[in-house]
Design a protein around this ligand. Structure first.
Ligand code: SF4
Ligand code: SF4
Length: 225
């Protein structure tokens, strides 16, 4: 989700790379679960999250939607899935009774980053430390790559960029499209191609993502008026 705020308003004003140290380590959070509650529809899932959830839970996105753990909403013109916050305290459906994440090992990338966020520019991105999001005082410095704790970080970085700019292009296409049915169809193809068609979790994610990008581009080409 894009935010129209300056870096100075929401962060410490610095941009970080994977090898930089950043004051993000909350020491296990000590029972705080603030970033797992009341987050509205901001915890958006990307295709890699869906792959990892499918691998960890043995359930595809369609089932998670049916179970009310994930919902769909429109983000900048594109229909995308997000973790559903519901019930008392608007808690994430994966927050357990002890106030801990029930899917910690394969939690979505937005959760892995927190309180870091991504700042995109010129076809790439860096990390920023959001200063209004996490109430924990005395956070320690930690290496960014250690904090996000994601396997295959270089490949994941390339994927995150590719996905972000693919969505940017689609958003522009939908925004400029006067044909409502065509815009809706593009969104349906996006959902089906990257989210609802289950992944082969016995295979690496990134190769499957590349193939799906090619399929998606071919379908979009056919749809151009
Ligand atoms: S708000 Fe900060 S301290 Fe609380 S759970 Fe999230 S990351 Fe941990
Ligand atoms: S998936 Fe886990 S870390 Fe992310 S919001 Fe839900 S409970 Fe919190």
């Amino acid at each position: 989700m894009k935010r129209n705020a300056s870096l100075a308003e929401i962060s410490d004003g610095r941009l970080y790379g994977r090898n930089d140290m950043v004051k993000a380590d909350c020491h296990g959070c000590h029972g705080c679960s603030e970033c797992c509650r009341g987050m509205g529809n901001s915890v958006i899932l990307d295709p890699c999250d869906v792959y990892r959830l499918q691998k960890g839970l043995g359930k595809g996105l369609g089932v998670l939607i049916e179970e009310g753990k994930v919902e769909l909403h429109v983000v900048d013109g594109c229909i995308l899935p997000n973790l559903r916050m519901a019930g008392e305290g608007e808690a994430c459906a994966f927050l357990n009774g002890q106030g801990r994440c029930g899917i910690h090992a394969f939690r979505p990338s937005i959760c892995r980053l927190f309180p870091l966020g991504r700042y995109y520019e010129q076809g790439d991105f860096k990390y920023m430390l959001q200063i209004h999001e996490c109430p924990m005082k005395n956070r320690s410095k930690v290496k960014v790559s250690k904090w996000i704790d994601m396997p295959q970080q270089e490949r994941n970085h390339s994927f995150v960029c590719r996905w972000h700019y693919l969505l940017n292009d689609l958003e522009a296409l939908i925004g400029n499209c006067e044909d409502v049915a065509l815009a809706k169809q593009a969104n349906m193809v996006l959902l089906q191609t990257f989210y609802l068609t289950q992944y082969d979790v016995g295979q690496d994610f990134y190769g499957q993502f590349d193939r799906r990008c090619e399929q998606f581009a071919a379908v979009l080409d056919q749809m151009q008026p």
